[in-house]
Structures are given as structure tokens and as C-alpha cells.
Design a protein around this ligand. Structure first.
Ligand SMILES: [Zn+2]
Ligand SMILES: [Zn+2]
Length: 276
């Protein structure tokens, strides 16, 4: 029996004697099946290959990024937040080895794991079991959990405070349960928003975007983007971290609001002369 991992999205499945026929995350229209076809691996195979390691970097006081090098599957970055004795892993990455475990323990371990959306479920159950953590997933995304565990807590409603000053907010959009993390106890108390793919930092780091599918370039409707922007408008934050190591270092609150406005104007045809 193996817990198979999809090579394209990096998500791990419940144990089975044979690899699953297809990956439901990749078969969904928001993701894609690799042009060379579906293929599988296991965490043990990844570790045994000796090809990968995790890079853990302090981004600011109490906030660390975790990225696998070379990139595996989607190649996202996860973040560890140290919130006054409570450590939270925001999103997750597939690769996990002894060196990573040692480094995370030296930073205080992991008390809870919270996920923005299914593309980053990766090997979340392996991480939860290694560190004795609970996993927080919005109940609207329950159907996308590919490896079941008693450690998974499905939360409901629009927000959930995990610890003082660490709160999940459901924005929806990219996924129905799509959530962001608001951290109020950062070093200068200006507030940090961690967004996964729910709010995406674009190439011009002064702006963000919102999509139903990023690989397939399917936008979200104007009213949904309006609703998402309204939900974060009441939060105090200065910096914003996405899932690809892109950071808005100041005035991130304003960046989200002006980007939502521009996005809606673009959908309404502001930037294109339709009559031509
Ligand atoms: Zn997949
Ligand atoms: Zn995604």
C-alpha cells in the first residue's frame, strides 16, 4: 500500500495498492493533466532520489518561507508563523525530509496547519502527523480532500480565529472555500495578509489579481471580485505574501482595493476599444 502523490499538482492520496486512475485536482478545469499524461510518485521516492531539499528563509521577524528546491509540482511556497508560542504553517508543500523536520523543530515546531485551498493540500497529513498538528480546511472545500485524516478540522462561516491575532477569512473565488490568513502580531503591528492563490500578487508588485483558474486563464466575475475586496477592506494589513514568494512590502491594503477596481473595469471593457 502506498500514499501516491500526483507529479503535476503534488497532492497526496489515501493509501492504495495501485496508483489512482486519475488525479481529481488535475482533472478539474482549474488545473490540468500534464501533456505527457498522468504520473505518480511517493514521498519515499522523492526522499530517496536525493534530488530535493527544502529551503527555509526568514522573511521577517516571526515569519519564515518554505520552498522546495528544485521546484516540485506546482512549486508553491508555504509559510511558518511564530505567534507568541503558537506556530502555524500556512499552506503546505509536498516534500518533507528529516532535515526539514529538524529545522522546523528548532523554530518551535508546528501547532496547526491552515490551507488556503486544495492546490496546496500536498502532503498535509504527513506534516500534521510528524508535528502533532491539526489541519484547518474550510468545509466548502471538503470534497477536494484526497487523503482523509482525523487531524483535519473543517471550519465553517466567514472567519475563524486560530490563536490571538491569527485569523482565517473565507473569501471564496478561486475555490468556494478559498481562504486567506490575517496575522496581526507582526513585528511592527501593521498586519500581514497571506493569500495563497486567493489573491495573487502579479509581476508588478504594486498590484494583485483574482482568477478562477491561473493555468487556464479563466477570470472571476466582477461581483465576486467586488465581494472579495470588500471582505478584506475591513482588515488592517501592510504586507501581503502570495504562494509564489511574491511580496507586496507596503500599502498592500490599498493595492488590493485598487486592483479589484481595475479588474472590474477591465471586465467592463475599459481598456479595449470594442467597436474596432
Ligand atoms: Zn494532480
Ligand atoms: Zn490554486
Amino acid at each position: 500500500m502506498n500514499h501516491y502523490i500526483c507529479n503535476t499538482c503534488g497532492v497526496q492520496y489515501s493509501d492504495s495498492a495501485h496508483a489512482p486512475e486519475s488525479c481529481m485536482i488535475c482533472a478539474d478545469e482549474r488545473q490540468y493533466i500534464h501533456p505527457d499524461g498522468q504520473s505518480w510518485t511517493t514521498l519515499q521516492q522523492l526522499v530517496d532520489s536525493g534530488e530535493y531539499k527544502n529551503k527555509i528563509v526568514q522573511e521577517e521577524e516571526g515569519l519564515y518561507s518554505l520552498t522546495t528546491v528544485p521546484s516540485f509540482a506546482i512549486g508553491q511556497t508555504a509559510y511558518l508563523i511564530q505567534n507568541e508560542g503558537f506556530n502555524l504553517l500556512w499552506d503546505c508543500i509536498t516534500y518533507l525530509d528529516e532535515q526539514t523536520e529538524k529545522e522546523i523543530h528548532s523554530l518551535g515546531g508546528i501547532d496547526a496547519i491552515a490551507l488556503s485551498h486544495p492546490h496546496y493540500y500536498s502532503t498535509q497529513v504527513e506534516w500534521a502527523e510528524k508535528f502533532g498538528a491539526s489541519i484547518y480546511i474550510h468545509e466548502n472545500d471538503r470534497q477536494w480532500v484526497t487523503r482523509h485524516s482525523d487531524r483535519i478540522v473543517f471550519w465553517s462561516g466567514d472567519s475563524l480565529e486560530l490563536d490571538g491575532g491569527v485569523t482565517l477569512h473565507r473569501l471564496g473565488g478561486h475555490f468556494n472555500g478559498g481562504s486567506v490568513l490575517h496575522w496581526e502580531n507582526d513585528v511592527n503591528k501593521q498586519g500581514v495578509l497571506l493569500t495563497g492563490d486567493i489573491i495573487q500578487v502579479v509581476a508588478d508588485r504594486r498590484w494583485v489579481s483574482f482568477m478562477y483558474s491561473y493555468p487556464n486563464l479563466i477570470p472571476l466575475p466582477a461581483n465576486k471580485v467586488q465581494e472579495m475586496a470588500a471582505k478584506v477592506s475591513v482588515l488592517n494589513f501592510d504586507r501581503l505574501y502570495n504562494a509564489f514568494h511574491r511580496v507586496i512590502k507596503e500599502d498592500a491594503h490599498q493595492s488590493v482595493q485598487k486592483s479589484a477596481k481595475r479588474y472590474i473595469e477591465a471586465l467592463e471593457g475599459k481598456f479595449v476599444n470594442i467597436s474596432n
